[in-house]
Design a protein around this ligand. Structure first.
Ligand SMILES: [Zn+2]
Length: 343
């Protein structure tokens, strides 16, 4: 018995020693684990801190899971939170897009309740000012929770998403109108889309093309597009992005995407860099994010109450709803389209 106890003791000591050796790497918890565990927003005034891919935010609100002209997908992720201006913008866009012939928005990831790095997926979406909107039109009925988890978005590219070009059987003028509507807001600085989508717009948009400058080609983004807002007023700690270059972006920049360069596989033997979220600790983030993490949980957003009050029956045709909805509209939106803001 003694020997067993001794052996057990030795084993425990060995384990403890191993843990000590491993300790430096795990001494400081990863920011993604801390922010990923928060189920409620940080109470307080709405403010974004840091950069889109390195930050957090307070005063977040959730978009209603259902509105007359939108439905939120992948509810289990709890990434339906954003800066109130982001949420108001999505709600407003859902109406503007519907008026332009899009049947309603399927809303993808926005942010975690307090933002910060995520356990999986996006590098950005950390300060409540990024949102993904599906390029799949909203069906004319309310999706079940299971359908929202399991329904796959449809790529607008040919060859099941493998082509560099959009498939004209999938791509409709309404897609372009949706993007035009999203770009029409002064607060929207960038829309990220696959280069094939940008090319389609470059080839087909007539009339005013000034909004095309906001539409930036990027990898992925053929199942959804990404809306990025400028730093909002009241967020001095928010770090803005470089301005997009002047012009419609249909020239040399876009041509680069249709060379081999962006699509080359990594050289054999090169070790892939670990994603930033697997390294970032609280000390990687702005100091304000410590307070955001420690803050009391904020109340449910009014938009959640709106969802609860919404009729659960089959959706009426979205276009018919637009005029009747009393959803709050952003007060500072001028006529469409607007030039990019100067700040
Ligand atoms: Zn995104």
């Amino acid at each position: 018995m003694r020997l067993t106890t001794l052996l057990a003791g030795l084993a425990a000591a060995a384990l403890a020693a191993a843990a000590l050796v491993a300790a430096p790497a795990s001494a400081e918890p990863l920011a993604k684990d801390l922010f990923g565990a928060k189920r409620t927003p940080a109470a307080g005034a709405p403010a974004a801190f840091g950069f889109y891919s390195k930050g957090c935010f307070s005063g977040g609100v959730a978009i209603a899971t259902d509105g007359p002209t939108w439905q939120v997908m992948r509810l289990s992720r709890n990434r339906m939170w954003g800066h109130p201006r982001m949420i108001a913008l999505i709600e407003d866009l859902s109406q503007r897009a519907t008026a332009g012939g899009w049947p309603g928005l399927l809303v993808g990831d926005i942010s975690q309740p307090r933002g910060g790095p995520m356990l999986s997926g996006h590098a950005s979406h950390q300060i409540g000012l990024d949102a993904d909107i599906w390029l799949t039109p909203m069906p004319n009925r309310r999706l079940t929770v299971e359908e929202r988890e399991n329904t796959s978005a449809i790529s607008v590219l040919g060859d099941g998403g493998k082509s560099l070009y959009v498939d004209d059987r999938i791509w409709k003028p309404a897609h372009a109108e949706l993007l035009r509507a999203a770009a029409s807001y002064g607060e929207v600085e960038r829309l990220l889309v696959h280069p094939g989508i940008k090319k389609k717009l470059c080839d087909t948009v007539t009339g005013d093309r000034s909004w095309l400058g906001k539409v930036r080609p990027y990898w992925g983004h053929h199942y959804h597009f990404h809306i990025r807002m400028a730093c909002p007023p009241g967020s001095p700690g928010c770090k803005g992005q470089e301005k997009t270059p002047a012009g419609d972006g249909c020239g040399a920049d876009l041509a680069w995407w249709f060379t081999d360069e962006p699509w080359k596989p990594a050289k054999p033997g090169t070790k892939p860099k670990p994603p930033a979220r697997d390294i970032m600790t609280m000390s990687s983030l702005p100091d304000a994010c410590k307070a955001v993490l420690a803050a009391d949980g904020g109340a449910d957003a009014p938009s959640i109450k709106l969802a609860q009050a919404a009729p659960a029956a089959v959706m009426p045709a979205a276009a018919a709803v637009v005029a009747a909805t009393g959803l709050p509209r952003l007060p500072d939106i001028g006529p469409v389209p607007e030039p990019r803001p100067q700040n």
